[in-house]
Write a protein that binds this ligand. Structure first.
Ligand SMILES: *Cc1c(COP(=O)(O)O)cnc(C)c1O
Length: 603
């Protein structure tokens, strides 16, 4: 039976999931997977605040969506992740350096005020989180050996339809991504998830049919399995072959060299004490190179199945086995759980039109139902989306601590994603005069949302500079808004309420990205560089930013922003763009398609 907590379902309950299994052409799938022998999904990050766990970005959102889709499709899936006892929030303190004289309203390029009084602080605040408040049940405890002592971890569990979330946790576990990526605490968290999580699985009476490792931080789970097999009488080579055949490594990174590494003495303190099999210990020791081990390297060795998260990413990710052989990644493009990220009225409309079916897959139909989409309907749905956005904005403040509202008759662009270098949040600010002209001419607003990683001094500087620039300029100050503490709620609200979103990763550096999928499914226009999952389809299926240099890309971006403004005034243009986006990207966006691809690949 399908999940009971399906209050999110705008459609009827999916009763006939058999049809989904039939579409997989794998009748034996139901034999491979069962409640006691589930698909296991390992992740250091889960972004699922409804279930108490706040993530950092796309990696966690993907994990949460994968589980939600599995729940809808009645697939037995167990997700194993830490429950972090505290989470970080961003707070901004900004003191304006500029006091515009409102009676002098024509002076729009006012820059002569005392900008040196501008003050900006990017602060973090930790909040305690209690698993009891989110419906988790305490199962028991498990022990791991770390740093010459025994650490006891609580195992807590929550059943959600055919899926479960199993967490390991203890009061000193710390926050997501706390400390250095190669530091002791991070290693402790990863070892706790792997060795602790593997024991937790057994406590819950589960045997993994398959282990999907969402990035290399989960390597120790596969290692724990290898160790169990090899120390329970199986020949080491059989054990490694068996583990490899049942482990999928999903890679989200591009360059192997960029990944974290650990020292031998760290493994002596945190990893080796948890291994029972001398053969496994030897195998792992041999993977060190000059006293250093890369988790990516050993993850490749322990997982025969490997996937990348978009067509482009799977092609360009440059990884090698220890033998020197280049790793081939199977491309399984990320998808989103459509009901989670789409306004219910939009889903209802897409469903009524026969554009998506009950599985949230594109309908298989002779006629092309997307052709019936009308500009009037797009505008109607977007207006309702704007109202919803404004309602949600009541729970948020801008960089000055003020509440904002985006007038219903204005055009809204957004940039919403983590503030990391390669995503280039500053790009739209490269030519301020052009940006201002577009915003004023078309009565448009621009919302920026995204957290800077703690300790990323460079990006903090970039953000501060953007905010100072906004502060100094009257037009920008009234039309550009920064929303700190970006989270799922804002991600959803902006997708639903903006007219166009801007996605500017340096081409080749975005593994997939999923924010843009939320924009397309909510009938927004996508302006993007041709990268990540966006590049699964050709560049003429959305408003692509092109150029051989950054300056050319900036130029192209402004041209696209003008096009968006004009399209929203022209029925034909608007219909053309939205139809094209849906026609080409709907199969990519669908999380059901993603899950189907994984099941096809694995079983
Ligand atoms: C969708 C979403 C993401 C995904 O971001 P990408 O940059 O597209 O990978 C990250 N954070 C939040 C809060 C989201 O809602």
């Amino acid at each position: 039976m399908i999940a009971s907590n399906n209050n999110l379902h705008p459609l009827e309950n999916i009763e006939d999931v058999e049809e989904f299994y039939e579409r997989l052409d794998r009748s034996h799938l139901t034999k491979a997977l069962s409640p006691e022998r589930p698909y296991t999904y390992w992740t250091i990050e889960l972004y699922d605040k409804k279930n108490g766990i706040r993530g950092g970005g796309g990696l966690g959102v993907l994990a949460a969506d994968t589980r939600r889709v599995a729940e809808r499709m009645n697939v037995p899936l167990t997700l194993i992740t830490p429950f972090y006892p505290s989470e970080q929030h961003q707070i901004c303190k900004t003191i304006s350096g500029t006091n515009f004289n409102t009676s002098n309203a024509d002076n729009t390029t006012n820059t002569n005020h005392a900008a040196n009084t501008f003050h900006f602080e990017n602060l973090t605040r930790s909040e305690k989180v209690d698993y009891n408040a989110y419906g988790f049940n305490f199962l028991d405890t498990v022990n791991i050996k770390c740093n010459n002592q025994i650490t006891t971890l609580d195992v807590v569990e929550k059943q959600l339809g055919s899926t479960r979330i199993i967490c390991i946790t203890e009061p000193g576990f710390g926050e997501l991504y706390s400390g250095d990526s190669g530091g002791d605490h991070r290693l402790y968290q990863e070892v706790a998830l792997g060795f602790g999580g593997y024991q937790a699985l057994k406590l819950a009476g589960l045997k993994p049919a398959i282990m999907q490792l969402n990035e290399v931080a989960t390597f120790f789970a596969a290692l724990a399995r290898l160790d169990e097999l090899a120390s329970n009488g199986m020949d080491f080579y059989e054990a490694i072959v068996y583990t490899r055949k049942h482990t999928l490594y999903t890679n989200h990174t591009l360059v192997q060299a960029a990944e974290a590494s650990f020292h031998y003495d760290q493994f002596e303190r945190y990893v080796f004490p948890n291994l029972k099999s001398p053969a496994v210990k030897k195998w792992l020791s041999d993977k060190f190179d000059h006293g250093i081990i890369k988790l990516s390297t050993v993850t490749i060795e322990i997982a025969e199945l490997r996937s990348g998260v978009s067509k482009l990413h799977a092609r360009v990710a440059n990884y090698h086995e220890l033998s020197g052989k280049k790793v081939k990644f199977k491309a399984i493009t990320n998808g989103i759980d459509i009901p989670t990220w789409t306004a219910a009225r939009v889903i209802k409309y897409l469903h009524e039109q026969g554009i998506i079916d009950k599985f949230y897959l594109p309908s298989r139909s002779e006629t092309n139902p997307i052709d019936n989409i009308s500009a009037d309907k797009i505008r109607e749905l977007k207006l309702a989306g704007r109202k919803e956005l404004n309602a949600i904005l009541k729970n948020h403040v801008d960089q000055y601590g003020n509440r904002i509202e985006i007038p219903e008759d204005t055009l809204l662009f957004d940039f919403k994603r983590r503030f990391v270098d390669y995503k280039r949040p500053w790009l739209p600010f490269a030519d301020l005069e052009k940006l201002k002209t577009i915003l004023e001419k078309h009565n448009a607003h621009y919302i920026l949302a995204g957290r800077v990683h703690e300790g990323d001094i460079r990006m903090f500087g970039r953000l501060k500079y953007i905010l100072e620039t906004i502060d100094r300029d009257k037009v920008l100050k009234s039309r550009v808004h920064y929303l700190p503490d970006y989270d799922e709620e804002l991600g959803y609200a902006l997708s639903v309420g903006s007219n166009a979103s801007i996605n500017t990763p340096i081409v080749g550096l975005e593994a997939c990205g999923t924010s843009w999928m939320k924009d397309i499914i909510n009938l927004g226009i996508l302006i993007s560089t041709h990268d990540g999952g966006v590049a699964d389809c050709g560049p003429d299926n959305y408003l692509s930013i092109s150029g051989n240099t950054e300056a050319e890309e900036v130029e192209s971006l402004y041209v696209r922003m003008e096009e968006v403004a004009n399209a929203w005034k022209n029925d034909f243009e608007l219909e053309y763009i939205i139809k094209k986006e849906l026609e080409n990207f709907l199969p990519v966006i669908s999380g059901t398609r993603m899950l189907k691809d994984y099941l096809d690949f694995l079983f």
